[in-house]
Design a protein around this ligand. Structure first.
Ligand SMILES: Nc1ncnc2c1ncn2[C@@H]1O[C@H](COP(=O)(O)OP(=O)(O)OP(=O)(O)O)[C@@H](O)[C@H]1O
Length: 275
């Protein structure tokens, strides 16, 4: 039997928020998969459930507030229902997470270097020196200048865009088999956006990483994604190959999204990324 190349397989995923009287659905019956080396773009208007989906895949939702039903398999291993300790060993090593707000990813009282090295050493057998060198080279790959100096600085001493790139470097340095990237480039200027997108592209090409890429920027999605899922009000209304979705959208909502995109910047963006 042919071995499945599926890295992430999601079946009948439902997320509900608990209130005193009832449970209100936020995400309905999601089904999708991502194969090794492929990028699935997830698009949809604000509030459509993209971030809640990411958090549920990573088992990061507060169980007291939300319930998650359905199956989330990483290389065939069920993640939904794993103990927090087991999930912690998976997050950071097998699954990298790039979140929207980089400030939330760091502890203010430790330096960037302390946090970077701690993360690397929790998930690997590298010495402090080796972890330092890996951190520095990872920061260089996302265009951070003077990475050795940055290692000694505290999060508040870096701009939002720099912190975002440090978080991306941390998420990618251990070459996880899955990266979940929730608006990874929103806080960045165009040059750094391109650097980060190229780095994501390199990761999937060279390391076979599967990537779930959430972005408002349809130019970014059309450039990088192999498949695109369109979310609306907690449901996936269309999931198709990127060419089919952009050239022959089926769902009325997808057509609306495509009509609403700003054309000029998208074209410029695509041309530069291809280089
Ligand atoms: N802690 C929470 N309690 C109750 N409802 C929540 C909670 N967090 C999010 N929601 C609701 O879940 C829905 C989906 O939110 P989500 O943040 O996933 O949207 P999104 O598509 O990621 O939006 P954006 O693009 O703005 O980040 C929204 O209606 C939001 O109000």
């Amino acid at each position: 039997m042919e071995k499945s190349r599926s890295v992430l397989q999601v079946n009948n995923l439902n997320v509900k928020v608990k209130s005193e009287r009832e449970e209100l659905p936020l995400v309905h019956d999601l089904n999708f998969e991502i194969e090794a080396g492929k990028i699935l773009g997830l698009v949809g208007e604000s509030g459509s459930g993209k971030s809640i989906t990411c958090m549920s895949l990573l088992q990061l939702l507060d169980k007291k507030l939300m319930s998650v039903e359905g199956s989330v398999q990483l290389h065939g291993r069920e993640l939904n229902g794993l103990k927090p300790k087991e999930m912690r060993t998976i997050r950071g090593k097998e699954v990298g997470f790039i979140m929207q707000n980089p400030m939330n990813a760091f502890t203010p009282v430790y330096t960037i270097g302390q946090q970077f090295i701690e993360t690397i050493r929790t998930h690997s057998n590298l010495s402090k020196r080796e972890a330092f060198d890996l951190a520095v080279s990872s920061m260089e790959s996302v265009n951070l200048q003077q990475p050795s100096k940055l290692m000694g600085m505290y999060p508040f001493q870096l701009s939002g865009g720099m912190l975002q790139r440090v978080m991306i470097a941390i998420s990618m340095c251990l070459r996880p088999s899955l990266v979940i990237a929730d608006e990874p480039t929103t806080a960045l200027d165009v040059t750094n956006q391109l650097q980060v997108l190229n780095e994501l592209d390199r990761l999937r090409t060279e390391c076979g990483t599967a990537i779930l890429l959430i972005s408002h920027d349809l130019g970014v999605i059309s450039e990088l994604a192999d498949d695109v899922a369109v979310m609306r009000e907690g449901r996936i209304v269309e999931n198709a190959d990127v060419f089919q979705l952009f050239d022959r959208p089926k769902h009325e909502y997808t057509k609306q999204l495509l009509r609403a995109r700003p054309l000029l910047p998208v074209i410029e963006h695509r041309e530069v990324v291809i280089v």
